[in-house]
Design a protein around this ligand. Structure first.
Ligand code: AMP
Length: 730
């Protein structure tokens, strides 16, 4: 009989347990940012690759024929005819090349378009100080970024909406725990042993790279840029991209060698892949004797406080605790700008629920929502994400339970209200091999950006794993109780190790054997009882000793007894939505970015179409021309806006009004008040460029109502004299 003691796996790597078992390795890979699967119609691409390789052979053969004719001093007409044929073949080859290139570019892999778009967004973001590479004057450090003034304002708006949408609306218990965490906590959670990525080193310079990223780059580059690879090679590369998440270090190393992948900067050979723990290590206190780490996630702070929070909540389930805070991960070679960084803000919810009742009283509020979902069956059969009704997805069992479904719906509402394009947002279910053995179901909210589909929110039903891990390590039971109205008679398994006999037999190992015996589940215990009764002795694996011992009948008594119980004690399940705030904000930048021609049509002007909810500044106030009367009026409006808490900016420079609008459009400011008389002003809406005229007195309250969503722009348009003023703008 084989008994497992509690195995400890880190939260993010538990999903790899399947792989771990499959490949018999102790290294657990973190999930890379998922990139959109290549959705080129296979037949078209394959047949074009095939045809291109045939055309290339024909061109080469004809080139050889021409050279042979010239060498043999053949007649001129004969040589000319051969050259004409060669040119014809070259033209045909280049036509196929173009077709293949265009099919690759138009299939979601148009890396040139995507890169050009990203460049435009990132240039604007950096120029307008949405973010700044940290420590820039000292050349910066990869993976660390500052938020500049508009970036800070957006982050604060996103977080305050998060608090309102989740903490306030769901009555969650917010906590704020330290970033510095003692080792024992992260040992219990499994991070100390397993929170790793596979790394390779440049053998000469020692520069480090993430092994899976190098392999992924190689495959994607070949597929996108090398038109000469055969259809079979292309299919193999796609296969590698699809399964590389499952590769063991050995398999990853073998592929890197097979493809001749070298260090990108120097072309030097690379070491074999080996696991690198991503946590920043530190020590607590001057003695250096208390080892600690910067937390890689905020969730552990909630789990270790479960007992107190449960009491605070009047010992009632379900309840949720939430935390917003910094997380630290020493990413091996962070690229992808704000998407993979070494310090980032996480907003996490741990919703504790009775494992026997995962219904949600407010599920009907979200049941009718329809959005892109990507269940595992569709992924396995090569289909794409489909619009599904959330209620149906739960009732058909595609989503495991109502509470998980409820959070999926709430996350959808949160992201779309922020301004994420609903057509570029999908909920992708984890494949069976991505999930931990104990997890009931996991879905990622993925947002499409120029980097592909990016996991921005993970929503997982993690069952009782985390609370059990901390109960085991700390010895403090992290459990909930259900009091019965009437006492219930239950049959209970009773395992009583006979310590005297075990002590005589196993001496110093007695404690380990006792613990393993007591940890048996019902099936294992009853199997042991039967064997002891029939054979008097049984072989028993004690995993903390990593050996099998012989248990005799006099060493343990196993029975089932009837007992009256007044309550049920159980470890709650946890459903966890975990939000990467920086990733959401970056995707929001891309989804809201757009350009439009200036009035003269000679340049493209950038704008961010942020919804007022997240816009860093809600309104600008401009006197139309520099004069004291208008400036005074602008100051009065500014004071009123400040008093109702509307972020705004006064611009009294003499620059043309068109230029001032363009400057604020680039910051995504949704409204502009232009003072052009001492009685009334215009309010201009950024996206339509339409204007309404309101009295000076009303200006601040109208902008405040429309910024806070109490009125729509359509309401404002209908209520005041207006004109569609695109022409007056620039
Ligand atoms: P995980 O615990 O790995 O599932 O991560 C939780 C969330 O944190 C993910 O959904 C991401 O949005 C975000 N995240 C993870 N790693 C990083 C990183 N290095 N930089 C920025 N965001 C991250």
């Amino acid at each position: 009989m084989r008994i497992f003691s509690t195995l400890v796996f880190p939260r993010r790597q538990q999903q790899q347990i399947f792989n771990l078992r499959q490949f018999q390795t102790t290294t657990i890979l973190r999930k890379p940012i998922s990139i959109a699967p290549i959705q080129i119609p296979m037949d078209a691409e394959q047949s074009l690759r095939q045809s291109l390789s045939e055309k290339s052979s024909s061109v080469e053969a004809q080139g050889n024929a021409v050279r042979a004719l010239k060498a043999s001093r053949a007649a001129k007409p004969e040589i000319d005819a051969a050259i004409e044929q060669l040119n014809k073949l070259k033209l045909e080859k280049s036509a196929v090349e173009k077709e293949l290139q265009s099919i690759i570019s138009s299939s979601g892999n148009g890396s040139l378009n995507r890169e050009a778009f990203r460049k435009a967004v990132v240039n604007t973001l950096e120029r307008r100080l949405f973010y700044i590479p940290s420590f820039k004057i000292y050349s910066g450090v990869a993976g660390l970024f500052d938020y500049g003034p508009p970036g800070c304002a957006i982050k604060s708006n996103v977080l305050s909406f998060w608090r309102q949408h989740f903490i306030l609306e769901e009555n969650m218990l917010e906590v704020d725990c330290p970033c510095v965490t003692p080792e024992v906590v992260l040992k219990a959670s499994g991070h100390v042993d397993k929170f790793t990525d596979l790394m390779v080193k440049d053998e000469k310079t020692g520069t480090c790279y993430r092994a899976d990223h190098l392999l992924k780059d190689y495959c994607t580059d070949k597929l996108e840029k090398d038109l000469t690879i055969s259809a079979e090679n292309a299919a193999e590369l796609k296969d590698v991209l699809a399964v590389m998440e499952d590769f063991s270090p050995e398999q990853l190393g073998a592929k890197i060698k097979e493809y001749g992948i070298t260090a990108p900067d120097t072309k030097n050979p690379l070491s074999d892949p080996y696991p690198f723990n991503l946590m920043f290590q530190t020590s607590i206190g001057p003695s250096g004797l208390i080892p600690g780490y910067m937390r890689p996630e905020t969730a552990q702070g909630i789990f270790v406080n479960f007992k107190d929070l449960y009491y605070y909540n009047g010992k009632k389930l379900p309840f949720a605790a939430a935390q917003i805070g910094q997380a630290f991960r020493n990413e091996i070679s962070p690229r992808q700008g704000l998407l993979r960084v070494r310090e980032f803000t996480l907003a996490e919810i741990e919703h504790f629920v009775d494992p026997e009742n995962k219904s949600h009283p407010k599920f009907s509020d979200v049941a009718k929502l329809e959005f892109l979902m990507f269940p595992r069956e569709e992924q396995m059969s090569g289909q794409s994400a489909k619009k599904l009704c959330l209620g149906e997805a739960v009732s058909k069992g595609t989503v495991n339970n109502e509470t998980l479904g409820y959070f999926i719906g709430r996350v959808y509402l949160f992201l779309t209200r922020l301004g994420i394009d609903k057509e570029r947002l999908r909920f992708r279910q984890h494949l069976a091999n991505e999930m931990a053995h104990y997890a009931a179901d996991c879905w990622d909210a993925e947002i499409e950006s120029s980097y592909g589909w990016i996991e921005c929110v993970g929503i997982a039903d993690r069952s009782a794993y985390d609370l059990r891990a901390h109960s085991d390590k700390s010895g403090v039971p992290l459990v909930a109780e259900e009091k019965f109205a009437e006492p219930k008679e239950v049959e209970k398994l009773v395992i009583t190790p006979v310590k005297k006999e075990l002590g005589l037999a196993f001496k110093g190992n007695q404690k380990n054997v006792v613990e393993s015996l007591e940890a048996m589940n019902e099936e294992e215990a009853m199997e042991m009882k039967a064997s002891l009764e029939s054979k008097g002795e049984v072989e028993f694996y004690v995993c903390t000793l990593n050996k099998t011992v012989s248990i005799k009948k006099n060493m343990v008594s196993i029975s089932k007894e009837k007992k009256k119980e007044h309550q049920r004690v159980f470890t709650p399940s946890v459903i966890e939505p975990s939000f990467g705030i920086g990733r959401i904000i970056y995707c929001l930048y891309e989804h809201c970015f757009s350009t439009r021609p200036s009035k003269a049509g000679d340049e493209q002007l950038n704008l961010f179409r942020f919804p007022p909810l997240v816009a860093p500044i809600k309104c600008t106030v401009f006197p139309l021309v520099q004069n004291q009367q208008f400036e005074e009026a602008a100051k009065v409006i500014s004071k009123e806006l400040a008093s109702v808490g509307i972020s705004h900016k006064i611009d009294i420079t003499g620059t043309s009004i068109g230029k001032r609008y363009a400057r604020t459009d680039e910051l995504g400011v949704p409204f502009a008040i232009t003072v052009d008389s001492d009685a009334s002003v215009t309010i201009r809406e950024r996206d339509s460029k339409d204007q309404v005229r309101v009295s000076l007195k009303e200006a601040a309250s109208v902008v405040s109502s429309v910024s806070e969503g109490k009125m729509t722009w359509q309401d404002v348009w209908a209520s005041f004299p207006h004109h569609s003023s695109a022409a007056a703008d620039e």
